[in-house]
Ligand binder design. Structure first.
Ligand code: NAD
Length: 554
């Protein structure tokens, strides 16, 4: 951290309030947590993850947000516009304490060029998904989703596990760094190509990756040996994916499974073109951004061509939510969309039941609070062995980053039930401080993203973004503690619109009522959105759970 920003990010823990209520306190602690050096990828630039996904527009805005949250009354609502606090209105105690709109641009102008112009003028920031909505929890936030994806892939293609298979991927950043751990959790071997050695080191420090090498030969040798022995192993390979994939093909190495999680959604600040050191890339980005973007897109085209070739030679290949296929297609790679996105391939049935990356964070800072909530999951959801196995594995393998937290995919009905239990535990003093409950924007009813969450919808409604807007509005009405609406997360400008929600369990009866409402409407939107699109499982879920859908068919 730079000297002038050092000290601004404070990890508040314990039971002493720094604000006028637990809801404001939660927002303050989560903003700080997003930028904690153990959590954020580049905290000195306010960058949390996902290319330039930021928590606040600039340090001046950060200071003003912190000040506003400290002064905010229990019946006021703070408004944030692309990372800058712009107003405080009197609302009421059951209203959200914060409303956030990040990176939204009128559709005909919604591209990176407009964004960069606005960003340069200091009028906007890129909020990604959980960066600008203050509910990022480090790589754990994606690890179960990644595990669910690989576990489903294993089920569809290899029986029950990834044992005896090699998965090749690239990008070991904030989210991508979860891939090696998810693959080894599913019993497989992973080679993760990463161009920035400090990122590999961070994954090794946090036990997401086992070993590193800068030698392609060594990576292949280690991977093939582990595959033969049937042992799980993850290898961070230093290099550029656009160069290494063709090199692997030239050597006749084809992985069993292939994907990618470089920050391809952002050709200027995310993806590193081939043939450049990080320093040279940074210089070119600064000196000639147009040339940089040109080279970056050309490298992505090469990268995707190699993926298609590996697929043709037998690798089970899927897009992992970074929009790399779209860039390659725009660059003239006709077959870029020959491999599917991970949602239609592996995840959509879960979305139909309102399941998605639900998470909670101990505001106390005490890991014991999370351990106690883990026990609740094991007790209350013991019928779900897959979920219980996940919790046990997470307890053993996941190192907390910043405030202790947990992720697990819960669906409609389960989230509200669990939320109430947590609130009761706070009320009784079993937990030492309130808990924040939230989720990724990548969820069942909160995103419109035609190349990702809503790719290949049954009724062709991929690009309809009314759904996330309804999601944000109903969660605000229900009294979520903060609600956000963003553009461009995951896949970049012009390709997605999505909503986030966070709610605080502070042990009060008011909180109990808000939790019941919000943790019902939020996953409910997922069931409704998929039922409306004609998915049988969602229609059945709506019927079983008694969700009122006026024109439900089927
Ligand atoms: P990040 O910016 O923290 O990390 C990206 C990493 O890719 C960096 O470490 C960078 O050095 C590396 N990289 C860039 N170009 C490379 C190249 N040519 N070869 C090898 N490595 C290269 O981003 P993140 O948070 O890890 O997210 C990665 C991508 O996944 C983003 O596009 C993001 O939007 C997307 N994403 C997907 C999901 C999902 O569930 N599928 C969830 C969140 C984010």
């Amino acid at each position: 951290m730079k000297a002038d920003t050092l000290g601004k990010v404070v990890q508040y823990t314990g039971t002493k309030l720094n604000t006028k209520g637990w809801q404001q306190e939660a927002a303050l602690r989560m903003l700080m947590n997003n930028l904690h050096p153990d959590v954020a990828e580049h905290p000195e630039d306010l960058v949390v993850y996902g290319g330039i996904g930021k928590a606040a527009r600039n340090w001046e805005s950060f200071d003003a947000i912190v000040h506003s949250l400290k002064e905010l009354e229990n019946d006021e609502t703070l408004l944030i516009q692309s990372g800058k606090p712009v107003a405080i209105f009197k609302s009421h105690t059951n209203a959200p304490r914060v409303l956030i709109a990040n990176s939204n641009i009128v559709p005909a102008f919604a591209n990176w060029d407009t964004f960069h112009e606005l960003d340069k003028k200091g009028l906007m920031m890129y909020g990604q998904m959980t960066a600008g909505s203050w509910i990022y929890i480090g790589s754990q936030g994606i690890v179960q989703g990644t595990y669910e994806t690989f576990a489903e892939l294993a089920k569809q293609h290899f029986g029950e596990s990834l044992q005896g298979t090699i998965t090749l991927t690239a990008g070991l950043g904030g989210m991508g760094g979860a891939q090696p751990l998810a693959v080894t959790m599913a019993g497989g071997v992973c080679i993760g190509i990463e161009v920035d050695e400090t990122r590999i080191d961070r994954r090794i420090e946090t036990r997401y990756t086992d070993v590193k090498t800068d030698s392609l030969d060594e990576a292949i040798r280690l991977a093939e040996k582990a595959k033969q022995d049937g042992v799980a192993l993850s290898i961070g390979l230093l290099g550029n994916a656009a160069e290494i994939l063709p090199e692997m093909i030239a050597r006749g190495f084809i992985p069993d499974v292939l994907t990618d999680q470089t920050s391809a959604h952002d050709p200027l600040n995310g993806y590193i073109p081939e043939g450049m050191t990080l320093e040279v890339a940074a210089e070119l980005r600064h000196a000639d951004s147009e040339e940089y973007v040109k080279r970056s897109k050309a490298s992505m085209a090469k990268h995707v061509s190699a993926m298609v070739e590996m697929m043709d030679r037998g690798a089970i290949t899927f897009d992992y939510g970074n929009n790399i296929r779209q860039v390659a297609k725009d660059e003239g790679i006709e077959r870029a969309f020959d491999f599917p996105g991970f949602v239609p391939a592996y995840i959509r049935p879960q979305f139909c039941e309102g399941k998605g990356p639900f998470r909670w964070v101990a505001l106390s800072g005490d890991p014991e609070d999370i351990r106690k909530t883990d026990e609740v999951i094991l007790r209350e959801f013991s019928y779900n062995t897959h979920l219980c196995n996940w919790i046990k594995m997470a307890q053993e393998k996941i190192q907390f980053q910043g405030l202790p937290s947990r992720i697990c995919w819960l669906g409609y009905g389960e989230r509200a039930r669990f939320g109430k239990i947590i609130n009761d535990m706070v009320a009784s003093g079993e937990l030492s401080a309130p808990i924040v409950i939230g989720r990724d924007h990548l969820d069942s009813g909160s995103v419109a993203s035609p190349n990702r969450e809503t790719e290949a919808m049954k009724d062709g409604s991929d690009a309809v973004s009314d759904w996330p807007i309804l999601n944000a509005m109903i969660n605000a009405v229900g009294g979520a503690t903060w609600v956000s609406f963003h553009h461009g997360g995951g896949v970049g400008m012009g390709y997605s619109q999505h909503a986030g929600m966070v709610i605080v369990a502070d042990g009060t009866k008011d909180a109990e009522a808000r939790i019941e409402r919000v943790l019902t409407t939020d996953p409910g939107m997922g069931v409704v959105r998929h039922a409306d699109a004609g998915y049988d499982l969602a229609i059945q879920t709506a019927r079983d759970k008694g969700i009122k859908i006026p024109m439900l068919k089927g």
